[in-house]
Design a protein around this ligand. Structure first.
Ligand code: GLU
Length: 487
């Protein structure tokens, strides 16, 4: 990629919902490219569609980027020389440029009503020609304009698209050419005076000094329109940003992931207990590879290795299993202290603990037992709740497994043996139970210990049994086994 100028990359979402996997993959690549080149990462909020963008979504977008560790150098909260970074605060700038385009004859007022435009589209459909504006208002006379206004019509500002083609070099796709037959005159400003995306994005990329536009492939077809705006602004070709359109992220079923699909929102992954570093690691591999087949990549490595040359042009497929595996790896790589910091809010939210010092101390003792096992942090409450519940109860579906005579015998025998254990630690608990249940009675470990697991933790799934019993304490274990015997 051309890097003669100091690189400035921007992430420019329109927060009409929570940011989703596709947005974040774009943000991540933008960030990584800026960091790799020692350039600037600019964050801009494209909120001109006031009917769909809300303050909550804007704040959520800001929080999500921070949570992921994708810190920006220019943008909301941090400021910069090219602000404001919310397009809703830049409306005067777009209005001035639109007026300039009108004055230059690059743009014109169009008075066609939505119904008339729809009728044209209908004709086009019937005639099997490419749909789009037919240039009806391109050359209106002063009298015609007066007449339209007298009818109470409000004009939109439309950009004149000359005949011909636009070709640009996309850093991922190579040369891309658009025939203007398929790029009709487009609206820059609505009748209410509000700017459209194409105007605002192009003006801002130029005014903010953006050198590289790395964004989703869905925006490829808007590029010739943006280039048209650059031309009308009088920007020299060598000052156009470089474009690189990132491949689509497809769902597992090959359907396109979309913002409307709640499951792909990053907020959802966060609630499930995915670590930001796992999400970034996984998303980095969606459409890019470091050049070898490694799958565990730190943020630092990503910034060192990320180049646009290594971005693929074919769509990437989202693979939940792979994300889970990476998340599990990242959880295991945490220090106990970090793991505790990440897990505590999940335990509190689930009502397992309230956060007292005594609880935290016990959680920290229990965490090593689950760190090797879980793939998502939200598994922790279910696995650790047995240590904290005041009124012990066996999970409904596990009750039947300890109700038969064989299970009762196991529990009775265990109760008697455990009463005699003087120093209550997992080694002695295990030694006593193995000697009596496995060696003496000849039971299969799975059968013997499942009954005990259910009786002491209330579930068939728990951290390692003897360690769990040690943490639970002798008194509680004996009381629970007694209670289980009465079921
Ligand atoms: N605001 C646009 C969107 O969220 C993206 C702008 C761009 O990257 O050019 O779809």
């Amino acid at each position: 990629m051309t890097t003669a100028k100091k690189v400035k990359v921007r992430f420019a979402p329109s927060p009409t919902g929570d940011l989703h996997v596709g947005n974040i993959r774009t943000a991540l690549f933008d960030w990584a490219y800026a960091r790799h080149t020692g350039g600037t990462f600019l964050f801009r909020i494209e909120d001109t569609d006031t009917t769909r963008v809300t303050d909550e979504y804007i704040q959520a977008a800001i929080d999500t980027l921070k949570w992921l560790g994708l810190q920006w150098d220019e943008g909301p909260e941090v400021g910069g020389d090219n602000g404001p970074y919310l397009q809703s605060q830049r409306l005067g700038i777009y209005a001035e440029w639109a007026q300039k385009f009108l004055d230059q004859g690059d743009a014109y007022y169009c008075y066609c009503s939505p119904e008339e435009l729809e009728a044209v589209r209908e004709e086009q459909r019937k005639a099997n020609v490419a749909p789009g504006y037919n240039g009806h208002c391109r050359e209106l006379t002063a009298d015609q304009i007066t007449a339209f206004k007298a009818q109470g019509r409000e004009g939109v500002v439309r950009m004149r698209m000359p005949d011909g083609t636009t070709t640009f070099t996309d850093e991922i796709r190579g040369d891309v050419t658009f025939d203007h037959k398929f790029v009709p005159d487009f609206v820059l400003v609505r009748a209410d005076g509000s700017p459209l995306y194409t105007l605002a994005v192009a003006v801002d990329d130029i005014l903010m000094g953006v050198t590289h536009v790395l964004r989703g492939e869905d925006l490829l077809s808007s590029t010739p329109r943006q280039i048209r705006v650059y031309q009308a602004m009088g920007v020299k070709i060598e000052d156009y940003p470089v474009f690189a359109h990132l491949p689509f992220v497809m769902g597992q079923d090959n359907a396109k992931l979309s913002k409307r699909n709640g499951e792909v929102s990053i907020a959802w992954y966060r609630e499930q207990g995915y670590l930001p570093e796992a999400i970034c690691n996984y998303l980095a591999l969606l459409g890019w590879s470091p050049g070898d087949d490694r799958e565990n990549i730190s943020m630092k490595e990503l910034t060192e290795l990320f180049t646009v040359e290594k971005v693929h042009s074919s769509p990437a497929r989202f693979d939940m299993k792979k994300l889970e595996a990476i998340n599990g790896d990242k959880i295991r790589a945490l220090s106990l202290e970090e793991f505790a910091t990440w897990t505590m809010p999940f335990l509190i939210k689930a009502g397992v603990i309230t956060g007292t010092d005594a609880e935290i101390e016990l959680v920290k003792k229990a965490l090593p037992l689950i760190q090797e096992r879980i793939v998502k942090l939200d598994e922790a409450p279910q696995l650790l709740k047995f240590l904290f519940i005041e009124k012990f109860a066996v999970d409904g579906d596990a009750v039947s497994k300890i109700s038969d005579a064989a299970a009762k015998d196991i529990l009775k025998r265990s109760l008697a043996d455990l009463e005699g254990v003087a120093s209550w630690n997992h080694e002695s608990i295990e030694a006593v139970l193995r000697a009596s249940l496995i060696e003496e009675l000849g039971l299969k470990p799975r059968i013997a210990f499942t009954a005990l697991r259910i009786a002491t933790t209330g579930s068939t799934i728990s951290p390692p049994l003897f360690e769990s019993m040690e943490l639970l304490g002798k008194e509680a274990c004996l009381a629970r086994i007694t209670q289980a015997l009465s079921l």
